[in-house]
Every structure is written in structure tokens, then in C-alpha cells.
Write a protein that binds this ligand. Sequence first.
Ligand code: TMP
Length: 215
Amino acid sequence: MARAPFITFEGVEGAGKTTLARSLADWLQRQGTSVLLTREPGGSDLGKQLRPMILNQPLDAYTELFLLLADRRQHTLQRILPALEQGIWVLCDRYADSTLVYQGYGRGLDLDLLRYLNTLATNALCPDLTVLIDLPVEIALTRANDPNRFEAEAAEFHERIRAGYLREAANAPDRYVILSGTETPETLLANLQAVIQQRFLNLQQENPVAGRITE
Ligand code: TMP
């Protein structure tokens, strides 16, 4: 069986990626496609314990990076790769691009080092599609509702995040699709469905795995 699609969702806080990932998972499932909907940080058993520390505890930038990478490697080896190999689509709310953008453009760590460490952490797994929801920072921050160390950063930090995503998307235009977070959730989903249809479903004659969502 061919490996199933691996789709990641990225964007500034409050962009709407979590809602969009869930809506896409529901839509795929209704068509009989099996989906693993997961997230980082916190996708692995280890990561569930690390997540509150990463989000809430004051950390040195490298310590933060190593905890994120530890979760990513466990998550990739234990959950993402096995699912993809079984033909289960994986939708992941943040993945390696978040590290490039937050720890690189945001915290100022070296981008080449981060690319190298991401390759190690992911076993060189690269998403087939990365959905970037772009949104002006001033709108995003009014929507963000999960007070944590990242959300508490100054507006300039979030501007670097937004610009970093747009630069990474420009560097990999075949992998990224950019959607506007100013659209309604319904329009965002419809726009993404069109991309998914064109990229994946037209090629897929049949799906042998019965539909279910795993979280
Ligand atoms: P979330 O709010 O989308 O669940 O993400 C939690 C925070 O973790 C978000 O502010 C971005 C941050 N983060 C990083 O800084 N680097 C990473 O590699 C990941 C996965 C998340």
C-alpha cells in the first residue's frame, strides 16, 4: 500500500489551524478515509508530559528546542510513521516548520542548525502538504485564547513568526498552500477541500481503510 498523505497545519497563534484541521479530519472521515488527527507539542506520550512544561515554564531557548525535538522524534517514530504506513492520513497541528519559525525567526536560533536537527527528529519525513493560515498579527492576537509563554511574547515576536512563515512558504511553494485566516471557517474548509481534491483524491481510486479518526 502506498504511504498515506501527511498534512501539517501552521500559522501564528489564533490563526484558526486547529479548527481547520479538525474540520478537514471530519470531512475526510465522512468519505471513509481513516485519519490520525494529532498535534505538536504533545503528540507523543512523552510530549503529553512535556507540553505543559514547554508552554508554561520559563526555559532557555535551546532547552525549549530540545524538548520540542524530543517530542517530535517520539511522535514521528511511534505514531506518525506507523499510521502513514498503514494508509492512515495524518493531519498534524504544527510540526517541524513551527520549530524553524518560532525557535529560528522568533528566538533567533540558527536556521541551518534547526533544519539539521529537524531532519534528525523527523527521520527526514517531510509533509506532503503544509497548510499555512496567514493572518495579520493584530487580528490573531485578539483571537488567541490559550495564555502561555508564546502568546505572551511581544507583538514584534509574532510579526517575525508571520514573516518567517511567509518566507518559508516562498522557499517551498510546491509543499505549502497559504490560506487567509480572515476567511470564515466554512470558506477556509472549502478552499482546503479543493486543494485536497486536486492533490490527493483525484489520484485515489479507492480507499481500502474504513473511516475512523484517532486522536
Ligand atoms: P499551539 O498553541 O498551536 O498548540 O502551539 C503551542 C505553542 O508552541 C505555539 O505558541 C508555538 C509553540 N511551538 C514552538 O515554538 N515550536 C514548535 O516546534 C512547536 C511544535 C510549537
